[in-house]
Write a protein that binds this ligand. Structure first.
Ligand SMILES: Nc1nc2c(ncn2[C@@H]2O[C@H](COP(=O)(O)OP(=O)(O)OP(=O)(O)O)[C@@H](O)[C@H]2O)c(=O)[nH]1
Ligand SMILES: [Mg+2]
Length: 324
């Protein structure tokens, strides 16, 4: 089947056709050169329509309640008349373990809401590749006209930094009293967060959640602020019961207002685009390097020499770089 042309995707997205948006995202996620070329054309034409949404990253350890939270938060935003897109960045995701796919049951209401769009994590590929795909998917969603884009990531490894680098506001979900308070800080994740929500603050857990909230609120005062012009706020919420959800939306609005006034909102977006440019260059240069015939030819021999301690690594690197 021949591929539709760029105009097909661009006008479909401009007209708000979700199935064409989904097809455009599939195109973006493809690694086939012809698809990538077409995807770039589509993106280029849509670029003037991007940049107008609030981009919110949501992270937290498995089971903290991210999907349940997104269901509640996203539904709340739709009730306010907003259009909401949900994306996921999960480097370990496969079809069977897809974080959002498997969880669509937890976002049942949201996935049926005409104002919402849920896109599971692109599977496979390196984090670098995922980074590109997720960013470009985010731009497509903005061009489509979503007011808020929620980017979910599982709270392990490097994916948090990746998501931080593509969103305006970063929300960390935590559990009360799991003894992980200082762990989170050690891992540096708390330092990335503009907002922290102690989730599952319901039933018997309410009091412990409030105690954790106070502890975190105290701790963030000693940390370097994640965003200039904003002090990280800590709240309790129950994604399950819907408590605190409206308050967290208000927090993102306050954040947006405060950082727009002091200029850090715009500054971050500019820095993000430049960082993306540079990381793309790095990815592609490395890719081309390893694909070059000359490198492929001598690399195994050099590896062996390094393993046999015949030449130092630095010398091997210089020889390799001399080839390209
Ligand atoms: N009591 C209570 N349970 C909750 C709350 N939020 C989520 N849960 C439950 O916690 C479990 C995990 O929730 P998920 O939303 O799947 O958590 P997740 O962070 O998306 O998990 P992963 O996708 O595995 O990383 C489910 O059984 C939820 O019903 C809450 O606010 N209160
Ligand atoms: Mg989930």
């Amino acid at each position: 089947m021949p591929l539709p042309d760029a105009e097909f995707f661009v006008s479909g997205i401009e007209e708000g056709n979700k199935s064409i948006l989904a097809r455009a995202i599939t195109l973006i996620e493809s690694n086939a050169p012809a698809h990538r070329q077409l995807a770039q054309l589509v993106l280029q034409q849509l670029l003037p329509r991007t940049g107008h949404s609030i981009r919110i990253g949501i992270t937290g350890v498995p089971g903290v309640g991210k999907s349940t939270f997104i269901e509640a938060f996203g539904t709340h935003l739709c009730d306010l008349g907003k259009k909401v897109a949900v994306l996921a960045v999960d480097p370990s995701s496969t079809i069977s373990r897809g974080s959002i796919l498997g969880d669509k049951t937890r976002m049942e209401k949201l996935s049926r809401n005409p104002s919402a769009f849920i896109r599971p994590s692109p599977s496979g590929g390196t984090l670098g590749g995922l980074n590109r795909k997720s960013r470009e998917t985010l731009l497509l969603c903005e061009a489509f006209g979503f007011d808020v884009v929620l980017v979910e990531t599982v709270g392990v490894g490097q994916s948090e930094t990746t998501v931080r680098s593509m969103v305006d506001f970063f929300l960390l979900l935590l559990l009360a009293g799991a003894g992980d308070e200082l762990q989170g800080i050690k891992k540096g994740i708390v330092e990335l967060a503009d907002g922290i929500a102690v989730n599952k603050a319901d039933g018997d857990n309410k009091i412990r959640a409030e105690a954790s909230r106070l502890e975190y609120q105290h701790a963030v005062h000693y940390l370097h602020p994640a965003t200039r012009g904003w002090t990280t706020q800590v709240r309790c919420c129950s994604a399950y019961a819907g408590d605190g959800i409206a308050d967290l939306w208000k927090m993102t609005r306050d954040f947006s207002a405060a950082t727009t006034v002091c200029g850090s909102w715009q500054q971050r977006r500019q820095q993000q685009v430049l960082a993306w440019l540079h990381s793309q260059v790095e990815d592609l240069v490395v890719q081309r390097f390893y694909h070059s015939a000359a490198v492929k030819e001598i690399l195994p021999g050099l590896e062996q020499k390094v393993l046999n301690s015949e030449i130092p690594v630095t010398q091997a690197v210089e020889q390799l770089l001399g080839l390209v």
